[in-house]
Design a protein around this ligand. Structure first.
Ligand SMILES: Nc1nc2c(ncn2[C@@H]2O[C@H](COP(=O)(O)OP(=O)(O)OP(=O)(O)O)[C@@H](O)[C@H]2O)c(=O)[nH]1
Length: 299
C-alpha cells in the first residue's frame, strides 16, 4: 500500500466501495450494519481494489463475450445473442438503493428471488415480450471493475444525493474504457422523495444523452417503474431495442416519465389564453412558479 495518500484518495475509495460486496455471501440489506470485523475486511478490499482506478484498464470486451472465470459462462448463439443467463449488474454509490432495487427486480415481493451458486446474485426467470429469460442480478460488484462481465450495467444514483449522481458519471467513464460495448442504463432512484430532490430529471437526461445511454427514474421502495426498468434491461441484454415492440424512444422520453397531469392542465389552459385575452392574466398567474414548493413539476 502506498504511504503517500493522493489528494483524491477519498474519491477513489468512494468509487471503489461502490463495487464491493459484504465478505459473506449471504444476502444482506444494505441498511443493516456490518459487524466491525467485516467492515474492516471491506475497507481493506476497498483499498486493494483502488489499483484499477489508477489507469490499469482491463481488456476490452464485447457485450456478448463472457468471462472464462465464471462457472455459469454462457455460450453465444449464432445470432450473437447470449444463450444463457442474462447478467445485469447494479453499480453505484453506497446507500442509493441497489439492494432494494435488486430485490424489487428479482421478484422479492413473490419471494421467488434466490441467490446463485456463488452467492453473488439473484437468479430469476422473467418473461418479457412473450419470451422467457433467466437473469442474474448482481447487487454489487466486489471485484475490480475491469473483471466485470455482464450484458447490461445499471448505474444507480439517488435523486436526493448529488454526489451519487457524480459517481455514476465516473463509473460510466471507467466502464466505457473497460467494456465500451456493454449497454448502460442510468437510473435515478428514490423519485418518491420529491422535496429532498437534488438532481433534476432534465440534468440526468442530459447526462445520459452525453453518454448515449438510457435514463429511467424509479422508486425501488414503492416499486415504481421497476418493471419497466427490468424489461428495458432484458431487451438490451438480448441485443434488442430497450422499448416495447411498436414503441419509439420519443414515446418513452422524459426520463421514463410521461407528462404529468399538472403540466397537461397548464398546457391546456395556456392554449385557451390567445382566444380569450382577459384570461391572459390567469395564464400569467398559472405560469408563475410556486414559492412554497419549487419542485411541483416532479409530481
Ligand atoms: N424513499 C426511498 N428510500 C429508498 C429507496 N430505495 C432504497 N431506499 C432506502 O435507502 C436506504 C439504502 O438502501 P439500500 O438498498 O441498502 O442501498 P444500497 O445501495 O444497496 O446500499 P449499500 O448496500 O450500502 O451499497 C435504505 O434505507 C432503503 O430503504 C426508494 O426508492 N425510496
Amino acid at each position: 500500500m502506498p504511504t503517500d495518500v493522493p489528494e483524491d484518495s477519498e474519491e477513489n475509495a468512494a468509487k471503489c466501495d461502490s463495487m464491493t460486496l459484504p465478505s459473506t455471501p449471504t444476502v444482506r440489506r444494505g441498511s443493516t450494519p456490518l459487524p466491525i470485523k467485516h467492515q474492516l475486511r471491506r475497507e481493506e478490499a476497498v483499498h486493494d481494489e483502488c489499483d484499477w482506478t489508477s489507469g490499469a484498464a482491463g481488456p476490452s470486451v464485447s457485450p456478448n463475450s463472457f468471462s472464462p472465470a465464471l462457472d455459469d459462462t454462457p455460450t453465444v448463439t449464432v445470432e450473437g445473442r447470449p444463450d444463457g443467463p442474462l447478467r445485469i449488474a447494479l453499480l453505484g454509490q453506497n446507500g442509493v438503493g441497489k439492494s432494494s432495487l435488486a430485490l424489487a427486480l428479482a421478484g422479492d415481493m413473490d419471494r421467488t428471488a434466490s441467490v446463485d451458486s456463488d452467492g453473488e446474485g439473484y437468479v430469476h426467470t422473467v418473461t418479457v415480450d412473450d419470451e422467457e429469460s433467466t437473469i442474474i442480478i448482481y447487487d454489487n460488484w466486489r471485484q475490480d471493475l475491469s473483471a466485470l462481465q455482464c450484458e447490461v450495467c445499471v448505474l444507480v444514483f439517488s435523486v436526493t444525493d448529488r454526489r451519487s449522481f457524480h459517481r455514476t458519471a465516473q463509473l460510466r467513464l471507467l466502464l466505457r474504457e473497460t467494456q465500451p460495448q456493454t449497454p448502460i442504463i442510468l437510473v435515478g432512484n428514490k423519485s418518491d422523495l420529491v422535496r429532498t430532490r437534488e438532481v433534476t430529471s432534465q440534468e440526468a437526461m442530459s447526462s445520459a444523452a452525453l453518454f448515449n445511454c438510457l435514463y429511467l427514474e424509479i422508486s425501488a421502495s414503492l416499486d415504481h417503474r421497476t418493471v419497466e426498468l427490468l424489461e428495458c434491461a432484458v431487451r438490451l441484454a438480448r441485443g434488442q431495442s430497450p422499448w416495447p415492440p411498436g414503441t419509439s424512444a420519443e414515446d418513452m422520453s422524459g426520463g421514463g416519465q410521461r407528462e404529468s397531469i399538472t403540466s397537461r392542465a397548464k398546457r391546456f389552459l395556456s392554449s385557451l389564453v390567445p382566444r380569450y385575452p382577459r384570461e391572459r392574466e390567469v395564464g400569467k398567474f398559472l405560469r408563475q412558479k410556486s414559492r412554497s414548493c419549487h419542485d411541483l413539476g416532479a409530481l
